[in-house]
Design a protein around this ligand. Structure first.
Ligand code: 1CP
Length: 349
């Protein structure tokens, strides 16, 4: 929670700590990916899993959007499922994660390994070291992990789903076994995130993409404790911690106390509402609807201005989309967005 000296000149880091900045920093979720022709070119030669495991290539695709748009932060090119392979889970990507043997039995759960932090996905640390050499200190690298509940959803369901009914029914039918999975995931994510900072990550983000499936009472019972534990365990690293509870509008009153420096807000909740709940000491990140990039330029402009207005005059706003960018987005629209945010958010300090 304390102010890092590393990257002190970065707009992004300052905004994470609610310090005034000359303009609002911007980066976008899934900024490296299929909407970029330079990404598709590399992906046409290598499958997704190999791309994440080849440090030179993963570093290159991490840097692509930073070069093209001069983003104010880079995000490691990897996936939330990357560190669970080290727990003994077999999977492939098609295009989302597909788990070979979804977790259903006590034996499978017992067998889940807790690898040593440096041993788990060593190619990620190597990727970060390469990126760290390439990036200027004004553009910090964000390391990340999935929140235990979201990882639990994929591991029990076996892959992506709209309702995650297998995972959620397992959670309610087998709360004791579910807690064991969640605790193991918490342990592993703490070590994995720590290793990313040791390798050179300057901020950390925890993606809780499916937490909106839970009512606040179940969130408090199953998902929130693991988020708090991760954040508490990483506090000594002295880097900003961002928590993104996707579709978490009804959970914000609880989220407020998780210890995160920044809360990511999805596109459904206005930033002024989120700020009112979270208070002045927590920065907000978001939250233009990714589909707004398909609107007319005039409409897009006014939607961008709306997000800036909703964020208000107080320090502590990082502009982002309210979820990952769609793969059919025109990159020129992203350039337009970045320019507009830069121009409209200038402040005299
Ligand atoms: O074919 C391809 O090229 C693969 C598509 C792809 C990409 C580009 C996947 C599969 N993952 C990624 C990269 C990725 N995933 C990043 C990289 C950095 C960046 O943001 O630029 C990050 C941060 C993630 C995180 C991630 N993976 C999340 C959390 C964020 C979110 O969107 O909510 C989730 C839920 C995943 C799972 C996943 N991996 C890939 C897909 C298509 C999915 C979604 C699957 C589903 O639920 O249906």
């Amino acid at each position: 929670m304390s102010t890092s000296t590393i990257g002190a000149e970065s707009l992004f880091i300052s905004a994470c700590y609610c310090k005034p900045t000359q303009r609002t920093p911007i980066w976008i979720m899934r900024q490296a990916g299929r909407y970029l022709p330079e990404y598709r070119k590399i992906r046409s030669q290598v499958d997704f899993l190999s791309l994440t495991k080849t440090p030179e290539l993963a570093a290159e695709v991490t840097l692509q959007p930073v070069r093209r748009f001069e983003m104010d932060a880079a995000i490691l090119f990897s996936d939330i499922m990357t560190p669970v392979e080290g727990m003994g889970v077999e999977m492939e990507f098609s295009p989302g994660p597909v788990i070979k043997n979804p977790l259903r039995t006590a034996e499978q759960i017992e067998e889940l390994r807790i690898p040593e932090s440096g041993e788990n996905a060593p190619f990620v640390a190597e990727t970060i070291r390469i990126i760290d050499r390439e990036l200027p200190s004004s553009v910090p690298l964000i390391g990340f992990a999935g929140a235990p509940f979201t990882l639990f959803c994929y591991l029990v369901e076996g892959g992506g789903s709209k309702t995650f009914s297998q995972a959620k029914s397992f959670l309610f039918a087998e709360p004791r076994l579910s807690r064991i999975i969640l605790e193991k995931l918490t342990e592993v994510m703490i070590g994995y995130l720590e290793a990313q900072v040791q390798a050179g990550a300057k901020a950390l983000m925890i993606f809780d993409s499916w937490v909106g499936l839970l009512a606040d009472t179940d969130y408090k019972a199953f998902a929130y404790p693991s988020v708090c534990r991760i954040i508490e365990s990483l506090d000594h690293l002295d880097v900003p911690l961002i928590y993104f509870p996707n579709q978490g509008a009804t959970l914000l009153g609880t989220v407020k106390n998780c210890g995160a420096d920044v809360v990511g807000v999805d596109w459904r909740t206005s930033l002024s509402v989120a700020r009112n709940v979270l208070g002045p000491d927590i920065a907000v990140q978001g939250n233009l609807d990714p589909m707004a990039l398909f609107a007319s330029k005039e409409d897009l402009e006014s939607r961008i201005d709306d997000v800036l207005r909703e964020a208000g005059e107080e320090a502590g706003h990082i502009f982002n989309l309210g979820h990952g960018i769609d793969k059919n987005t025109d990159p020129d629209r992203v350039a337009f967005l970045v320019d507009r945010v830069r121009e409209r958010s200038q402040r005299n300090l």
